[in-house]
Write a protein that binds this ligand. Structure first.
Ligand code: NAD
Length: 718
């Protein structure tokens, strides 16, 4: 039940109505059925009034106008028929259309996020004002859920801002700020937040006087006027951009484009009816369900404190020490600076420190618009950065993150030295990729304050952070690391210590199989091609070249040592590293890199290394190749769940999507496995039985399959 006061009607002046969205039960306004009903009731009241000159629609929630439709209601409706979905869509749009049928003008007064259904409500108003607050953003992210706007957005937006702008906004799903929105004509004007209501009332009065809104109501109802040449150009360029971005794996943007083009010659009502029918086609599709799952994965992650004991509170972090100013350290320092934390950076080599400080400040001050650091941002952020000259300075830090060379003895020595300088309440963390956090904790006086905070490279791009918990780590330390990572805008998952942590452990069987396939005579092109067709951002062989073969070899050895029953150190990898072929960075790996473009070409010298290692060459179809690469990953995930390395199967999926770009349109590794079904997975493994332990169904898989249960049924208390 929605609280009866989620949408309020008031009259700031006797002849001006104000509808305010402010759901007392939610942090953000969401257009649930209950909220829509309340809005409809207020429109009923207003349509009977003859003494009003205008309506303002606003929100009392700080930082949010309306965040969109209720996605949980969406999910509960996926079993609906297409006709039911289209009818729901038409009902919502007809409600919003009533705003434009009121006998007086309406203004949406937007302060904060205005997304999806909220943006559709706003565009059905006659005018829109937006505050200049950085949080004020308007956008139509529906394609990110595998659908497109369904309450008239695809009809109304192109009629207001032009077809080209609307295609860009709706097919990209990206939000825009107030200045871009005003330039496009989506927003009438930008005003300061403290003058929003006053400005909206003034705009209502000006519109009542001029009557301009009536002309626009008529104009925006009709077809879109555009020359055939412009139309053909838009169709060709937009199709090319969408194909390049979606690789044909996400149908919604292309469907939205086709719809907007096809309905441009209709009136807005007829176009909206076609929109409703189109949404019904996409709604509930496997891609849409997978993308909605990704939405829930991130939503759940935002609420997850990383521990189950809700009475534990994280320690406050205001000042961060980062040690090691190399690739990772400078990236971590930049991420902290961006969020205006005090950062103290240290490095054993003064030249590395100077370079790291510079990189961190430049990266933190980077401005998308100018594609470089702005002087204003540099001047603001530089004073927050402290170059450590004397280690005593660490005593001021609430958190120290070590990102020095990957060597256990050197890390241990540094940890015990810095721990002695830190206050007892400070947190100490290592960014190690592979060293056991439990072993590192053994040498410390306060091991409970120590954990792994494993960032991914490049830090600025990669949203995943693994918080590694050793048996000695306290709940408070885990909660602190999780809250800190969230504060940097990252998605942290908590992983219990173990070889490869989560992401590298799951990548290992995938890489392992890839190399085995090459020595079975399968060409690189077929292996990489099958992974890309599955949806991976790049093939595993190309990925190896990007990461570096020495790094991959080391990771492979760690796994082979930990789990000799299913991981073998690859003779191919050993041979390539021995030959000095370390990947992109050395100019050759699996491919040869002739210039700086990063594009690798097939290399006969590689073929010569591989040839003697091919025993019993085989051919394989793309489907078998896909199963060979991804089923061992699923099995490894079941072992991770059995060993309780993560607290929920959803952490596995979130980790792979944000850590290695596992295809979001598949919803995550275990979500994908669940769409196949656990009994079917057992069946699919059978032809690979002769390959040994690495394809043998695990006890957990067999148990789920026998009960016909899904991995997602294994969720914990949250
Ligand atoms: P890097 O070589 O770029 O930087 C390491 C820096 O640490 C160097 O500037 C070096 O001078 C400094 N250093 C070494 N020993 C030191 C000491 N005792 N005291 C102070 N400074 C010292 O390395 P990187 O790639 O940034 O990796 C750092 C850590 O992060 C490693 O543990 C690595 O395993 C981990 N990591 C790396 C990646 C990656 O992709 N590069 C990803 C995740 C985690």
């Amino acid at each position: 039940m929605t609280d009866a006061s989620a949408v309020q009607l008031s009259f700031p002046q006797p002849d001006i109505a104000l509808i305010t969205f402010d759901d007392p039960e939610k942090g953000a306004n969401i257009l649930s059925r209950g909220v829509m009903d309340q809005f409809a009731a207020h429109l009923d009241t207003l349509s009977k009034r003859t003494d009003l000159v205008g309506l303002v629609v606003g929100s009392a929630k700080p930082g949010v106008f309306i965040a969109g439709a209720d996605i949980r209601e969406f999910v509960s409706a996926t079993a609906n028929t297409k006709a039911q979905t289209a009818a729901t869509s038409n009902r919502g749009r007809e409600l919003f259309q009533r705003i434009g049928q009121l006998p007086f003008p309406s203004v949406a007064a937007i302060n904060g996020l205005c997304l999806g259904g909220g943006a559709e409500l706003a565009v059905w108003c006659d005018r829109r004002l937006m505050t200049n607050d950085a949080k004020s953003q308007i956008g139509f992210p529906e394609v990110k859920l595998g659908i497109f706007p369904g309450w008239g957005g695809t009809a109304r937006v192109p009629r207001i801002v032009g077809l080209g702008n609307a295609v860009e906004l709706i097919t990209s799903g990206e939000s825009i700020g107030s200045l871009a929105a005003v330039r496009m004509g989506l927003i009438t004007d930008v005003v300061p937040a403290d003058r929003l209501l006053e400005s909206a009332i003034a705009l209502v009065r000006a519109e009542t006087k001029s009557g301009d809104y009536r002309k626009d109501r008529e104009r925006w109802h009709g077809p879109i006027v555009m020359s055939p040449t412009e139309f053909a150009f838009l169709e060709a360029t937009a199709t090319a951009v969408i194909m390049q971005q979606t690789k044909g794996q996400y149908p919604a943007p292309m469907a939205a484009l086709k719809l907007m083009l096809a309905t441009s010659s209709l009136d807005a009502t007829a176009a909206s009816e076609r929109e409703a029918a189109g949404v019904a086609e996409l709604f509930g599709s496997p891609v849409s369900q997978a993308l909605i799952n990704v939405f829930f994965l991130t939503d759940r992650n935002k609420k997850d404190l990383g521990i189950d004991n809700r009475s534990v509170t994280p320690r406050s972090i205001k000042s961060v020490g980062v040690v090691g100013a190399g690739i990772m350290g400078s990236g971590i320092a930049a991420a902290c600076l961006k969020r205006e934390l005090m950062v103290s950076l240290a490095d054993a080599r003064p030249a590395a420190l100077t370079a790291g400080v510079r990189t961190a400040i430049e990266e933190a001050a980077f401005d998308k618009a100018t594609r470089g650091p702005t002087t204003e941002r540099v001047l603001k952020l530089a004073p927050l950065m402290n170059e450590i000259v004397d280690e005593q300075e660490f005593s001021r830090c609430d958190l120290v993150i070590e990102a020095i060379v990957e060597n256990e003895a050197i890390k241990r020595e540094f940890h015990s030295r810095v721990e002695a300088l830190l206050p007892a309440t400070a947190t100490l963390a290592s960014n190690t990729s592979a060293i056991s956090i439990g072993r590192l904790a053994e040498g410390l006086k306060r091991p409970e304050n120590f954990c792994g905070i494993h960032f991914f490279n490049p830090v600025r791009k990669m949203a995943l952070v693994e918080v590694i918990r050793a048996p000695q780590t306290s709940d408070e330390t885990v909660a602190t690391a999780v809250a800190f990572a969230k504060g940097l805008g990252k998605n942290p998952i908590v992983v219990n210590d173990g070889p490869g942590f989560l992401v590298n452990r799951l990548l290992s069987p995938y890489m392992n199989e890839t190399l085995a396939l090459l020595t079975q005579g399968i060409p690189i092109k077929a292996v990489d091609g099958a992974a890309k067709a599955f949806g991976m951002p790049m093939g595993p062989i190309t990925l190896c070249d990007v990461v570096g073969l020495d790094t991959s070899l080391f990771a492979g050895r760690v796994m082979a040592e930990a789990y000799p029953d299913r991981f073998l150190s690859s003779p191919l990898m050993e041979a390539l590293v021995k030959a000095g072929r370390l990947g992109q960075k050395s100019g050759a790996g699996f491919f040869v890199y002739r210039d700086k473009s990063g594009r690798g070409d097939p290399d006969p010298a590689f073929d010569a290394i591989l040839a003697p290692l091919i025993t019993n060459p085989q051919t394989m179809d793309a489907e078998t190749l896909t199963l060979r690469m991804f089923l061992p990953m699923v099995l490894e995930a079941t072992r991770i769940l059995q060993e309780k390395k993560v607290r929920d199967p959803r952490d596995v999926d979130l980790g792979l999507i944000f850590g290695v770009g596992f295809p979001p349109f598949k919803g995550g590794l275990l979500f994908w496995a669940d769409t196949i079904g656990t009994p079917k997975i057992v069946e699919l493994l059978k032809p690979f039985e002769s390959l040994g332990e690495r394809y043998r169904p695990t006890p957990l898989l067999l148990e789920l399959a026998a009960a016909g249960r899904r991995f997602y049924d294994l969720n914990t208390t949250r």
